[in-house]
Write a protein that binds this ligand. Structure first.
Ligand SMILES: *[C@@H]1O[C@H](CO)[C@@H](O)[C@H](O)[C@H]1NC(C)=O
Ligand SMILES: *[C@@H]1O[C@H](CO)[C@@H](O)[C@H](O)[C@H]1NC(C)=O
Ligand SMILES: *[C@@H]1O[C@H](CO)[C@@H](O)[C@H](O)[C@H]1NC(C)=O
Ligand SMILES: *[C@@H]1O[C@H](CO)[C@@H](O)[C@H](O)[C@H]1NC(C)=O
Ligand SMILES: *[C@@H]1O[C@H](CO)[C@@H](O)[C@H](O)[C@H]1NC(C)=O
Ligand SMILES: *[C@@H]1O[C@H](CO)[C@@H](O)[C@H](O)[C@H]1NC(C)=O
Ligand SMILES: *[C@@H]1O[C@H](CO)[C@@H](O)[C@H](O)[C@H]1NC(C)=O
Ligand SMILES: *[C@@H]1O[C@H](CO)[C@@H](O)[C@H](O)[C@H]1NC(C)=O
Ligand SMILES: *[C@@H]1O[C@H](CO)[C@@H](O)[C@H](O)[C@H]1NC(C)=O
Ligand SMILES: *[C@@H]1O[C@H](CO)[C@@H](O)[C@H](O)[C@H]1NC(C)=O
Ligand SMILES: *[C@H]1O[C@@H](CO)[C@H](O)[C@@H](O)[C@@H]1NC(C)=O
Ligand SMILES: CC(=O)N[C@H]1CO[C@H](CO)[C@@H](O)[C@@H]1O
Length: 770
């Protein structure tokens, strides 16, 4: 018993002795370190750093880190601990410093946080930094460090954040990094790193945000990444990864998955559609294929942003997309989807951005709900979408029958067709009878010119009432052969009434010409005629009222803010109108007087060409004729002005001038144009000297630095101006025709929208790197 006790007490004694020794050894170690470094060491380390700074752009350290100010804990960017009065944090971010990091910094032995973001430090990171065993936070983001990532980082065992983004580190990630078992954030974005992500990644068990974007990593990421149960944000964008990481193990905590701009191919793994916490899924710009499961949203209850643009996805858009009730941004552009846009997307009330341009979708763009806020950019370059004019798609023809009625129709067809034939024959008889009578009437009385295609008859009296007796307050403008008044017909329709001043020579002829032309031609971009009112002493045209006035008015009003796209759309509209006049009618029609005041804008800002008072019909086979009627100086083709030659090419010339004016906001008659210098020459010179920005309307461009789309805009404006010059070529046979103009303008517009759209969607979402 006593022996046992003795033994025990000896053991105890030995144990105590051993403990004492180790404590003693520990004290010795600490005091020897303390003996080596103190606050003076810290000061000399900081002064060494200061002496390695070659440029102190904001003069911060030069003035603040001075030896006269002996308390280094007061130096800017320096934080000391209250207990031992040693430097614990050094933060020189955003100070505009250029230089290198001296080994002395490894003597700041109490340092916990080291942050040098957004400066121009370069050279190599000294090995001595590995002595900083207390370090938890390192950020060297946005500097100019090169070479491989030093493996001594692996010995900073307390490190929680390692942030090296925006440098030029190359080579692969050293294995030592995977020894950092406390690491929570690994940010290596925007370097020149390569290689694969090995299975050792699973050792980073505390990792929450792994950022590897914008490097040259390749292959597949080891499936062990799925074992990281803290991982919430995964940024792998713009690398050469070939597979979406296998996230089976972490599928319920990952919130953001960015893999856009890689070399992913094949189908999206099922697990991706089964991540209960996922808010952002960005897979754009890969080579993924297959169709999207209809129940895509069922297991993605939190998804807010889904970007699948620029892949090879096909099949219909999932009909149950509306189940993703949190969805804010949906980007599906540049794929091969087909079918129609599910109407049910309309009940995603939160949806603020939708991009489904350039797939092959067909059918109607739904109205209402979030669709009210989407612009043409969302839908551009789909072959067969239709809908509201503001979306720059053709209007939907409403004769497509509902599936339910289609069946009934086909079974009834055998009754309907004979009925239609009988009705047609009957109507033909009636028409012949009426025409016959009418011709007699016309011969008998002074002709009332009322072509059959007119919508309705309007009397002089009704026009008087509609315009308050041609009241001055209703006057919209005057010129040419008379005045134009705004009026409201008895049934509430707003109209523009153009009255011809019959005192003026040629007014009568002009009325007849315009009435004839407009009654026979119909096009979305030509002014629509409602009626011609002709009495002996009164000649008036009743036209569709254009609430937004003329292009002229918009260009020169103080607060007009037409951007490039709006102007381009108007030019496409005008080109389509001229193309129709020149090529779409049985005989070519020459407008002869195209200018911004004759281009009118409706509610939706769709342009309509007006004023056909001096238009000419070219006889069969004629390509030109001569005339004495005068068009408008400045817009008139030279051959017309000098020799009275009327041809479709004359309109092309005027169109070219109108385009130049629209984008430069400079009239061809501006007094700055004298002698040799004219609008055309001025624009041509700017193109030659690549100074297009100097001639275009200043409202169209903002400073290069402030506009991501600057280059796209300059490209677009240059193409437009080159086209305008081609329209104004002097030898007639070198001038292009309206069909070529339309094709080129449309191409220009699509390219512009695509370039802007691509930028918009590639920047979506804007990555918050930290
Ligand atoms: C720091 O230590 C050195 C010796 O290593 C000593 O000379 C100096 O006085 C100490 N400074 C302070 C402030 O303790
Ligand atoms: C250095 O900067 C700190 C913090 O801005 C300030 O408190 C201190 O007075 C400055 N010292 C000198 C000498 O400019
Ligand atoms: C470091 O300084 C920058 C710039 O002053 C500041 O934005 C950042 O929050 C600082 N870092 C910490 C950890 O306080
Ligand atoms: C940091 O620097 C980078 C590169 O110069 C720059 O793009 C970024 O805007 C800067 N960040 C801030 C917040 O100034
Ligand atoms: C990682 O840590 C282990 C054990 O702590 C060590 O044996 C190994 O050498 C370390 N690896 C690297 C690459 O530093
Ligand atoms: C890690 O992942 C692998 C493959 O997914 C699995 O076999 C292994 O059991 C996981 N390890 C742990 C600790 O979960
Ligand atoms: C989705 O995850 C749940 C568990 O979170 C699992 O039961 C289900 O089988 C998964 N579905 C698919 C399609 O992977
Ligand atoms: C994308 O995948 C298709 C086959 O699915 C292949 O033909 C094509 O070359 C791939 N494109 C790229 C850029 O890898
Ligand atoms: C969305 O639309 C679908 C189909 O019309 C409908 O069944 C569903 O109830 C709607 N959901 C909401 C939240 O309104
Ligand atoms: C097409 O017709 C339906 C009903 O037949 C109507 O609700 C819808 O507004 C029409 N659409 C257009 C563009 O006229
Ligand atoms: C610590 O840094 C080294 C360089 O890495 C210097 O050579 C040492 O003199 C310095 N030590 C002290 C006490 O300042
Ligand atoms: C309909 C359409 O414009 N499709 C285009 C979509 O984008 C690809 C690649 O940019 C083009 O090749 C298609 O012509």
């Amino acid at each position: 018993m006593a022996r046992t006790f003795f033994l025990s007490s000896t053991t105890l004694l030995l144990l105590l002795l051993f403990q004492y020794c180790s404590v003693y050894i520990a004290i010795l170690t600490v005091s020897s370190v303390a003996a080596q470094t103190n606050i003076s060491t810290d000061q000399s380390a900081l002064l060494a750093l200061k002496s390695h700074i070659t440029i102190d752009a904001q003069n911060i350290l030069t003035t603040n880190w001075s030896t006269s100010n002996s308390d280094i804990c007061n130096w800017v960017g320096v934080t000391c601990s209250v207990h031992h009065l040693r430097v614990t944090a050094l933060n020189l971010s955003y100070m505009g410093l250029t230089g290198t990091i001296p080994p002395h910094l490894g003597n700041l032995s109490f340092l916990v946080a080291l942050e040098f973001r957004n400066n121009s430090f370069g050279g190599t990171l000294p090995t001595e930094l590995s002595h900083l065993r207390r370090l938890k936070f390192i950020s060297f983001g946005f500097n100019e460090f090169k070479g491989t990532i030093p493996s001594w980082f692996g010995s900073l065992s307390k490190l929680q954040t390692l942030d090296l983004y925006g440098n030029q580190f190359s080579g692969s990630i050293p294995n030592a990094i995977f020894n950092l078992s406390a690491l929570q954030v690994l940010n290596l974005r925007n370097n020149e790193l390569s290689g694969t992500i090995p299975r050792e990644v699973e050792k980073l068990t505390m990792l929450q945000e792994i950022l590897l974007g914008y490097n040259n990593f390749e292959g597949s990421i080891a499936r062990e990444i799925g074992n990281l149960t803290m991982l919430k944000r995964i940024f792998l964008d713009f690398n050469m990864f070939e597979e979406i990481p296998n996230l089976i193990g972490s599928k319920d905590q990952v919130e953001r998955l960015f893999v856009q701009g890689n070399a992913l191919k094949g189908h999206i793994p099922v697990v991706v559609f089964n991540m209960s916490s996922l808010t952002i899924l960005a897979l754009a710009q890969n080579n993924l294929s297959g169709s999207l499961p209809d129940n895509i949203c069922q297991h993605l209850p939190s998804i807010q942003l889904l970007n699948l643009a620029d892949n090879q996805f096909d099949g219909p858009l999932p009909h149950k997309l509306w189940q993703c009730t949190e969805l804010l941004n949906l980007v599906l552009a540049f794929n091969n989807f087909n079918g129609s846009i599910p109407r049910t997307i309309g009940n995603l009330t939160q949806l603020t951005e939708l991009y489904i341009s350039n797939t092959t979708l067909t059918g109607e763009i739904p109205e209402g709900g979030p669709f009210t806020n989407f612009s043409a950019l969302s839908f551009v370059s789909n072959k067969a979408l239709c809908g509201a004019a503001r979306l720059h798609v053709p209007p939907c023809k409403n004769n497509t029958l509902q599936p339910s009625s289609r069946k009934a129709t086909s079974s009834n067809l055998k009754y309907i067709i004979p009925a239609i034939i009988i009705a047609t024959v009957f109507l033909a008889f009636v028409a012949i009878f009426i025409l016959h009578r009418k011709r007699k009437v016309e011969v008998a009385t002074e002709a009332t010119l009322l072509p059959q295609s007119l919508w309705r008859r309007v009397s002089h009296l009704e026009l008087l009432r509609a315009t308050n007796g041609f009241n001055n307050s209703n006057l919209l403008g005057s010129g040419g052969f008379g005045s134009v008044y705004k009026g409201t017909l008895s049934d509430g329709i707003d109209v523009a009434v153009k009255i011809f001043d019959l005192q003026l020579e040629g007014a009568f002829k002009s009325f007849e010409r315009e009435c004839e032309m407009l009654s026979n031609i119909r096009h979305r971009n030509l002014i629509k005629i409602i009626s011609c009112c002709s009495q002996l002493d009164f000649k008036g045209l009743v036209l569709n009222y254009m609430p937004n006035g003329s292009l002229e008015k918009w260009l020169y009003s103080q607060n007009s803010s037409f951007d490039i796209l709006k102007r381009l759309n108007i030019m496409v509209d005008v080109a389509l109108a001229l193309e129709y006049l020149h090529h779409g009618y049985s005989v070519p029609i020459v407008h002869c007087d195209l200018k911004p005041s004759n281009i009118l804008l409706d509610d939706d800002m769709v342009a309509h060409v007006a004023d056909f008072g001096i238009a000419k019909l070219l006889g069969l086979g004629d390509s030109m004729t001569r005339t004495m009627t005068l068009a408008t100086v400045g817009y008139m083709a030279p051959e017309y002005g000098m020799d009275g030659i009327v041809s479709t090419q004359g309109d092309v010339y005027s169109f070219g001038i109108v385009v130049m004016e629209t984008f430069t906001k400079m009239k061809p008659t501006n007094e700055m144009f004298v002698e040799e210098m004219n609008l055309k020459q001025w624009v041509a010179n700017s193109l030659l000297s690549e100074a297009i920005a100097e001639v275009v309307d200043a409202n169209l461009l903002v400073a290069k630095e402030e506009d991501h789309d600057y280059v796209t805009k300059i490209d677009c404006l240059s193409s437009i101006m080159r086209l305008a010059l081609a329209c104004c070529a002097e030898p007639l046979d070198e001038r292009i025709n309206m069909q070529e103009v339309v094709a080129t303008l449309k191409k220009t517009k699509i390219k512009f929208l695509k370039d802007v759209g691509r930028r918009v969607l590639l920047n979506r979402p804007r990555v918050q790197a930290l």
